[in-house]
Design a protein around this ligand. Structure first.
Ligand SMILES: Cc1ncc(COP(=O)(O)O)c(C=O)c1O
Length: 382
């Protein structure tokens, strides 16, 4: 749902930040549009290097969207028809869509009630001789326990493709999310913790072979940097797509990336205030493993009167939402599509309880106080 001026507390106030960075953003855009088209390649390549450094990964490939990147990540891991990929049902349709579009079969696993990420204890029982990958999702910016999945994946020779679409800035076990996966996807669409002005994403990996495959898939099947042009003729070593990150988005992101740590800290500080302010109110707040350092795309609370609280918040000018509800398997496109999936008791319950409070680094103290007081009042009304 789009942000609307009727809301006092908005899901995104990125345009304010863009205005504060106006000169730098315009300079980056101008260099592409009015100086040289070739700057688009440099800006994208520089962003890849800077992002890889930010998340302490060896390689990064900038692509058109998180949706496309999840698909490319699975393709680069050679996931194909008949393979099974274990994932969760409290995610975007991009997650299961990427699996199905490779011809593979999503197998849904339940999640944890405290941080809404994959319940790693339930994964092994879903592994069959067709399983080829696990696709944990860092839901709402909360790191899935990918470190716990790594030995299991290695034992069964599975790839881990981490959907960190919502988690730029988050860390786990002292490392940026993605450290324990084979490939990780971050989305830069506008409501994400690091948003561009339109679509965008980054794939990161420490595996050079995977990175090479990703570059081919992103760029038509031809990587001019690595394979060159022989006597003026091109060569294609794969059938690829044409889905790089748009250069204009790369320009915007290259200006914003240096602020990611500061914005993540601001998101965490807002959540700390919400946690304090809502302590004791009749809501179940998320909690995290001690190693987990989430970023907060939004703050999720579990309540008994979900629709009433959601409506009350919106009527009071707070742009609350339901995120990732109902669970994916209930979409009509998926009728009967997940024959091998598990019982999803926690996922199903959370879908009926979770309400999404907006978080954006531009909030003032009074925005946060207003959100606390309004939420508490609504929760305490009988
Ligand atoms: C968990 C998750 N994965 C993947 C995506 C897809 O990202 P994009 O919007 O960049 O295609 C989204 C988008 O909201 C998401 O929430």
């Amino acid at each position: 749902m789009n942000a609307s001026p009727q809301f006092r507390v908005l899901r995104s106030r990125a345009t304010e930040t863009h205005n504060n960075l106006r000169e730098e953003i315009l300079a980056a855009l101008e260099s592409i549009i009015f100086e040289s088209y070739h700057n688009s390649f440099t800006i994208r390549a520089d962003l890849e290097v800077a992002f890889a450094a930010e998340v302490q990964s060896k390689f990064a490939v900038a692509a058109h969207s998180g949706t496309m990147s999840l698909f490319l990540a699975l393709r680069a891991c050679d996931i194909g028809p008949g393979d099974e990929v274990i994932t969760v049902a409290n995610s975007d349709i991009s997650t299961t869509g990427a699996i199905s579009q490779c011809g593979a079969i999503p197998v849904l696993c339940d999640v944890l009630a405290n941080d809404y990420t994959i319940n790693t204890d339930l994964v092994e029982r879903s592994i069959t001789d067709k399983t080829r990958a696990i696709m944990p999702v860092d839901m709402h910016g909360h790191p899935a326990n990918v470190k716990a999945l790594r030995p299991l994946a290695d034992h069964y020779n599975l790839r881990i493709v981490e959907d960190a679409a919502l988690a730029a800035g988050a860390c786990d076990y002292g490392l940026p999310v993605g450290a324990f996966a084979d490939v990780t996807v971050f989305s830069f669409s506008p409501f994400k913790p690091l948003g561009s002005s339109g679509n965008g994403a980054m794939l990161v990996t420490n595996d050079e072979e995977i990175c090479d495959k990703l570059r081919l898939l992103v760029g038509y099947g031809h990587d001019p940097l690595r394979h060159g042009v022989k006597d003026g003729y091109q060569n294609y070593t794969a059938e690829g797509y044409n889905v790089p990150l748009d250069a204009l988005e790369a320009a915007v992101l290259s200006v914003k990336l240096p602020y990611l740590k500061e914005w993540t800290a601001k998101r965490r500080a807002i959540v700390a205030a919400l946690q304090d302010g809502l302590a004791g109110a009749p809501a179940r707040l998320p909690s995290f493993r001690p190693e987990s350092a989430p970023t907060f795309r939004s703050y999720m609370i579990c309540v008994d009167r979900q629709f009433e609280i959601y409506q009350g918040l919106r009527a009071a000018g707070i742009e609350a939402a339901f995120s990732y509800a109902p669970p994916i398997y209930q979409y009509s496109v998926y009728a009967g599509a997940f024959p091998n999936s598990n019982e999803l008791k926690v996922t199903d319950r959370l879908a009926k309880e979770l309400v999404n409070l907006p978080i954006t680094p531009e909030f003032s103290d009074s925005d946060v106080e207003y959100m606390i007081e309004t939420t508490k009042d609504l929760l305490e009304k009988t």
